[in-house]
Design a protein around this ligand. Sequence first.
Ligand code: SAH
Length: 482
Amino acid sequence: MGYEKNQIITAKIVDMTSEGEGIGKVEGYPFFIKDAVIGDIVQLRVTKVKKNYAYGRLEKVVTPSPFRVDPYCPFHKQCGGCQIQAMSYERQLQFKESKVRNNLIRIGGFTPEKLDQMMEPIVGMEEPFHYRNKAQYPVGTDREGNPVVGFYAGRTHSIIANTNCILGAAENQEILESILAYMKENHVPAYDEATGKGLIRHILIRKGFQSGELMVCLVLNWKGKSGAKEYLPEQKKLISELAALKNMTSVSISINTENTNVIMGKEVHTLWGKDTIEDTIDIRDAEKDFAPLGRGVTFAISPLSFYQVNPAQTEKLYSLALSYAGLTGREKVWDLYCGIGTISLFLARDAKQVYGVEIVPQAIEDARRNAWRNGIENVEFFVGKAEEVLPEKYEKEEIAADVIVVDPPRKGCDQACLETMLKMAPERIVYVSCDSATLARDLRVLCDGGYKVKKVRAVDMFPQTVHVEVIIMMQYCGKEKN
Ligand code: SAH
């Protein structure tokens, strides 16, 4: 049966795509509908018809799904950052778990029965809001000429005013309001992407959840001389207002004059307070419901540092990594794609020696500083690509590995990296992944090379969104078939 654009159709939502769209079916023909929740009966307007499927816009929820909840954020549909906020948190967790499971079956070739044995229940959050320790708000000008901060609507670059994103820290609002008031009072222009004129582009706020320390960095389109002391009109007024806020620790600016989507500039100048804020990630007992073990690792975070955005769940994920690594104090451990060394420093406490590899030189500088700061001496960090550093160290220096931990970006591990891992044949491999599809692909290679997956566990690092992190543990079993 042919469908036409703008036709109104009633459909039951029977499934969800991995991007969180509802899938409605009419006589077996699928419709993809944003903002529809599994279990809803909806009225949709057809927006685009393809041969085997069509897209529709949600017009009305006729019968709400038992999993539908009232979203907290009035902007959730326009913003698109929280794709599944209209779904109960419990159902979100189930959605994520089955996303991981389906990829492992479809791409990894694991049987459902095997997965039942290996998979442990997903690790969710008790309070799945206000979890982010970092927020980057774009600054613009509204129709009346007033400065606004908020978020980009959908995939556009027009800013919808909102100083109160429910994923961020509660303090963000007060900080943003105070910068807006300063801009208005002193006629400080927001940056305009179309003309390249104006001054303030973005506001970055970071919070150390354990220390309570707050950091603000204003990203400026500043074209004055380098080495200046005044980057903003009435700079002192702004500083004294921000410095008066509770727990404010660092106020800085970053210079970015390029016509680019990259938010931060390379240069950062501290205007007031410290250059960095501090935060601690506690080590927890993954086998005892993540009870704190009374030890942790402390980090210094600058406006440009990479740092995990959900510290509460990071503690659980890395504690799982530590538990899966099964260290006794005698092991040599590699931590590939190590970033600022967060996992490496966790592992170091229980390993003989840890080697970290990371492509971004500044991250390695941070990693070394963090090791020093925590008095950890049995770690060594290398700058470079994992797929180049690992073979080189293994072949030239014959450095061994008892355990290898990898935490690659979305595209997964490079083939050369996987091949070297197989040659090194560590007893265990721990794979932390933010994309279960590339994880499943890489697991195939490792299983064909003699490894067996023993444990799989999803961790919800980004509640309200479709993203899900997974951690798996593999053991070397020789070349027998698995
Ligand atoms: N485990 C770290 C960060 C993981 S994010 C933490 O939790 O803090 C993935 C990291 O891989 C990023 O820091 C990125 O810069 C790095 N990376 C990307 N490609 C790489 C490659 N080919 N070799 C080594 N590191 C790489």
